[in-house]
Design a protein around this ligand. Structure first.
Ligand code: ADP
Length: 215
C-alpha cells in the first residue's frame, strides 16, 4: 500500500534530508515512524502525500505511482489519502464542521450523509460541542483533533499522520491512537510519525526508525 524505493531528498543541492530510503507497508498495516527531531520524518510524509517531489527514487501509494501522477489523477489520489500535517492546515475562515466535512463535500456525498458522518467523527475525537467554532477559538490540541477528524472522515485507504498527538495530553493521546487503531482494523493502512517512544512501546506495533535521513 506504501512502497518507497531508493528515495533521496536533497535541499539546496547540498543537504541530504533523506538518503536511500526504501520501505514497504502492507495494506491494512499499522506502523510507527520514529526518530529524533530533524531526522527526516516530516520530509518522508511530504513525499508520500505528494506535497513535495523527491530528488530521486520511487514512491507508490494506494496503487498510484507518485512520479507518474497526471493532473487528472491528483484529486483521485488525494481521496485515497488522509493526512494529518504537523501544522494542521485547517481552513481558518471555516468552522470545525465545515473543515471536517470538506473531504466528503468534494466527493459529492449528500448533505444528510455528510451531517451524520461528520457528527459521528467529531464525537469520536470529543469535539462535537465545538462544531460551530472557528479554528482560532480552539486550543492547539483541539485543532489537532479537528485535523485528525478531517483525515479519517472519508475512510481513506491510507492515513499518514505527522506527530498527531504532539499537542495532546497523555489520556487524549492514547484515545487518539485507539481511534487510529480502530480505523486500521477496518482496513485502512496507518503510518504515524512520532517521537513519543513511551507511546510506541505500549502499542506493540511495527516500528521504522529514522536517524539523519537514513532508516
Ligand atoms: P523531523 O520531521 O524528523 O523533525 P524534518 O523532516 O522536518 O525532520 O527535517 C529533516 C531535515 O531536513 C532537517 O535537518 C531540516 O532542517 C531539513 N529540511 C526540511 N525541510 C527543508 C527545506 N525546505 N529546506 C532545507 N532544509 C530542510
Amino acid at each position: 500500500m506504501i512502497e518507497i524505493s531508493h528515495l533521496y531528498k536533497t535541499y539546496n543541492q547540498k543537504f541530504h534530508a533523506l538518503k536511500n530510503i526504501s520501505l514497504e507497508i502492507n495494506s491494512g498495516e499499522f506502523v510507527f515512524l520514529t526518530g529524533p527531531s530533524g531526522a527526516g520524518k516530516s520530509t518522508i510524509f511530504k513525499m508520500i502525500s505528494g506535497y513535495e517531489a523527491p530528488t530521486s527514487g520511487n514512491i507508490k501509494v494506494a496503487n498510484y505511482n507518485l512520479g507518474k501522477l497526471s493532473n487528472k489523477d491528483i484529486p483521485f489520489f488525494r481521496r485515497k489519502l488522509g493526512v494529518v500535517f504537523q501544522d494542521f492546515k485547517l481552513l481558518l475562515d471555516k468552522n470545525v464542521f465545515d473543515n471536517v466535512s470538506l473531504p466528503l463535500l468534494v466527493q459529492g456525498y449528500p448533505d444528510n450523509f455528510i451531517k451524520r458522518r461528520v457528527h459521528e467523527v467529531l464525537d469520536t475525537v470529543g469535539l462535537l460541542h465545538k462544531k460551530e467554532q472557528l479554528p482560532e477559538c480552539l486550543s492547539g490540541g483541539e485543532q489537532q483533533r479537528v485535523a485528525i477528524a478531517r483525515a479519517i472522515v472519508h475512510q481513506p485507504g491510507v492515513i499518514i499522520a505527522d506527530e498527531p498527538t504532539g499537542n495532546l495530553d497523555p489520556d487524549m493521546s492514547h484515545h487518539i491512537i485507539d481511534v487510529f487503531e480502530k480505523v486500521c482494523a477496518q482496513g485502512t493502512t496507518v503510518f504515524i510519525a512520532t517521537h513519543d517512544l513511551e507511546m510506541v512501546k505500549k502499542r506493540n506495533k511495527r516500528v521504522i526508525a529514522i536517524k539523519d535521513g537514513a532508516i
